[in-house]
Design a protein around this ligand. Sequence first.
Ligand code: GDP
Ligand code: ZN
Length: 293
Amino acid sequence: MLNGQIIKGIGGFYYVDTDNGLYECRARGIFRKQNITPLVGDRVSMSVVDEETKKGVVEDIDKRDTELIRPPIANVDKALIVFAVKNPKPNLSLLDRFIVLAEKEHLEIVIILTKADLDDRNELEEIQKIYELSGYKVIPVSNKTKLNIDKVKDELKNSVVVFAGPSGVGKSSLLNEIDKNFKLQTGEVSEKIKRGKHTTRHAELLKLECGGMVADTPGFSSLTLDDISEYDLKDFFIEFDDFDGCRFGSRCIHEKEPSCAVKEAVENGEIPKKRYESYLQLLNEIRQGKRRY
Ligand code: GDP
Ligand code: ZN
């Protein structure tokens, strides 16, 4: 029996990465009976059927720590949320939406601010301040001057990560910098959309030179908040946690309630105003969505 991790799945075959190399495996019939589908990212035990041709059978699947739906990958530990300081102009409310989705999946979050070389109005520092105050690690990066590429590599070591963020912010360029084996196409958004039609819909984990693995498709391709209730949203704004003195206690959604510790913290600058505004905006979006259906 060998231990390994599924890094690719195509047409009923699972490719299991082990210390002994890569094996092409079928899954035991019992999984189908139990309605279990092995996922890319699953840590498994497998038996070897033929060492020569590297064929095997997945015998057992370990309990998953996390399970993403888009892309479908198990055991992702970390989301690197990538935004540019400029070109495209950073949309912080969109950044907060990515954060909510990653928090909901219990991923560790690191915010990467690319195109630091284009920052001529200290916008980077402003954004960095907001998210550090909220409790996140923020890494300014330039793929041009290579600023902090090594720090990003440190985040990838021994982790399974997804990159997330809008088009054009430099995700592909960053991956190409991190690992010289990558030769991802970079450039205009329109070219990529055309290219996207031909890419496979199977998720895959790519092994990195520096250790660790990265999903080959960006995380959170669907950005809807449909399955978050207006009462749960506050749990995904982690900085609210530090302020638990609301009169209505855990029933407070920090909106119109009197004696709200979170609103007070926003007033005296302990919680960034921008984050609180995003919270209210997303809260309203969730309510409107619920009304429609
Ligand atoms: P993706 O859509 O997020 O994968 O973004 P790409 O990696 O394709 O980059 C989009 C565009 O931004 C390309 O023209 C890159 O050359 C450019 N770019 C990426 N990173 C940087 C950076 O750090 N600084 C500057 N000035 N341009 C960058
Ligand atoms: Zn409150």
